[in-house]
Write a protein that binds this ligand. Structure first.
Ligand SMILES: [Mn+2]
Length: 404
C-alpha cells in the first residue's frame, strides 16, 4: 500500500518497503523512533478496547520477531490486492531476531492507514516479558544500554494502550490467547481501564492474552502449562460465542503444525500461528494466515487459510535463505464457516500441546532480577491463579454493567 502524501513517517515507511534480505538490518534514527512510538501511543489511545473490523480482512497470528516472514506475508497479500486489510493478533515481538523491525513495520503501516491495519495485544506486548524473551536484548545490541532502556520504556507505555480484542463483521471474535469466565457481554470491554501496564492483576484481560483451549475440558481450569490464566473447554467457547453474538473465535498464542488448527470438535475456536519454522524443534511448522471475506456465490462469510513454509531454520538464522515468494501450500474453501463437514477430525480431537510461551518461572525470575536495576518496575510476572474459575466468576462478575 502506498505511502500517503505528507505522511509524517514516510521515510520510515519507505525503509520497510525497500527492504532487501541481503542487508536485513534496517537502520533507524533513535530520535525518530522515540517520537514514533509516542505517536503510536496516541493512536491506540483513540481506539476502543474492542475493535470493530470490516471484511475482507487478512488475519495474522504470532510473528515473534521473524521479520522476513512478515515481509513475505505483506508481499504475497499486497501483490494481489494493494489495499488489503490486516488484523494482527499480537506477539509481534520476542524470540525471533528482529522484533523491533516487526513492530515498526506493522505500526508504521497502521499509522499511515489506520483503517487498513489493526492490532490487538498479545502477552508479549509487555515490557516485563520483553526483558526475558529477547526484545530488550535486541535493543541493547542495537543501541547504547541507556538508550535501549529509554526506548524499551517508551514502547512499554505504548503497549498499555493497545486494544485487547476485535470483532470481524460482528461475527468473529478475535484475541491473542482466548476467553475466560469474566466475559459476559460486549459491553465488558468498555469497562476495561486503559492504560493497562500489566494485565496480571486483571483476570478479564489476563485470560484474553494468556489462556489456551483444552479439548477434554468442561468449563475452565487453571492453566498448568503457563502457570497463569486458564484453560477453557469447548462448552466455554460456546458460551462466550453466545453472549457475544458471534459464530466463532480466532486466536493465536500456540504453535500448530499447519499454521492453523481447530482445537475443538465444535469448531468454535481457530488457532492461527504465522511464524513458520518457529524456534521450537523440529522447526518444521508452517505459518498460516486467515482470510475472512464474503463469498459472493453463497453470500456467506467464509474463512480461508493460506499456509506458507518455513525458510530453513529460523532460529538464530532468521535472515538467511529468504525465499523469493510466499509459497502457498493451500488455499481452498475447506473451512466455510457454519459448514458441517469435518475438516480434520484427528486434529480436532487431539490438539497440539502448546510449545510457545510456557513460562519457566525460575528463568523468568532470574532474568527479571538481573534486569531489575535497569527498570523502575521490571518484574510484572503473571501470578498463578489460586482461586477456582467458578469462584472467579462470582467474585469478578461484570454482569451488572451489561446492557444485555
Ligand atoms: Mn502468546
Amino acid at each position: 500500500m502506498a505511502v500517503p502524501t505528507g505522511f509524517k513517517y514516510a521515510a520510515l515507511f519507505k525503509k520497510h518497503l525497500s527492504f532487501n534480505p541481503d542487508t536485513p538490518v534496517i537502520r533507524y534514527d533513535i530520535e525518530e523512533l522515540m517520537q514514533f512510538f509516542g505517536d503510536c501511543l496516541e493512536m491506540f489511545k483513540a481506539e476502543p478496547t474492542l475493535l470493530k473490523v470490516p471484511i475482507p480482512v487478512h488475519v495474522v497470528g504470532d510473528i515473534h520477531g521473524q521479520y522476513e516472514d512478515l515481509h513475505r506475508i505483506f508481499g504475497a497479500v499486497l501483490s494481489k490486492s494493494s489495499s488489503a486489510r490486516f488484523l494482527f493478533l499480537g506477539d509481534l515481538v520476542d524470540r525471533g531476531a528482529a522484533s523491533l523491525q516487526c513492530l515498526v513495520a506493522v505500526l508504521v503501516r497502521k499509522m499511515a492507514h489506520p483503517n487498513k491495519y489493526y492490532l490487538v495485544r498479545g502477552n508479549h506486548e509487555a515490557l516485563s516479558i520483553n526483558v526475558s524473551y529477547g526484545f530488550f536484548d535486541e535493543l541493547k545490541n542495537r543501541f547504547e544500554v541507556q538508550t535501549a532502556r529509554e526506548l524499551m520504556k517508551k514502547i512499554g507505555r505504548m503497549y498499555a494502550w493497545i486494544p485487547l480484542a476485535a470483532i470481524i463483521n460482528k461475527k468473529i471474535f478475535c484475541v491473542h490467547g482466548g476467553i475466560g469466565p469474566n466475559i459476559s457481554c460486549l459491553d465488558d470491554f468498555d469497562n476495561v481501564q486503559r492504560p493497562l501496564k500489566s494485565t496480571s492483576g486483571n483476570n478479564f484481560a489476563q485470560d484474553i492474552l494468556w489462556s489456551d483451549p483444552k479439548a477434554d475440558l468442561m468449563g475452565t481450569a487453571p492453566n498448568t502449562n503457563r502457570t497463569t490464566s486458564i484453560f477453557y473447554g469447548p462448552d466455554e467457547a460456546e458460551r462466550v460465542c453466545g453472549v457475544l453474538g458471534v459464530d466463532c473465535i480466532i486466536r493465536a498464542h500456540q504453535v500448530v503444525q499447519k499454521g492453523y488448527d481447530f482445537p475443538f470438535h465444535n469448531k468454535k475456536v481457530i488457532t492461527l500461528f504465522s511464524a513458520p519454522g518457529y524456534q521450537t524443534e523440529p522447526f518444521t511448522n508452517d505459518g498460516a494466515i486467515a482470510i475472512v471475506k464474503n463469498n459472493e456465490q453463497t453470500d456467506r462469510m467464509e474463512i480461508k487459510f493460506q499456509r506458507f513454509e518455513p525458510i530453513q531454520n529460523a532460529f538464530g538464522s532468521t535472515f538467511k535463505n529468504m525465499a523469493d515468494d510466499l509459497t502457498i501450500l493451500e488455499s481452498t474453501d475447506e473451512s466455510m464457516l457454519k459448514s458441517e463437514e469435518d475438516l480434520d477430525p484427528k486434529k480436532a480431537k487431539t490438539p497440539e500441546k502448546p510449545k510457545e510461551g510456557v513460562v519457566c518461572q525460575d528463568c523468568q525470575a532470574k532474568e527479571a532480577e538481573k534486569e531489575s536495576k535497569e527498570f523502575e518496575k521490571p518484574k510484572e510476572e503473571p501470578k498463578p491463579r489460586t482461586r477456582s474459575p467458578r469462584s472467579l466468576r462470582s467474585q469478578d462478575s461484570l454482569n451488572s454493567s451489561c446492557s444485555r
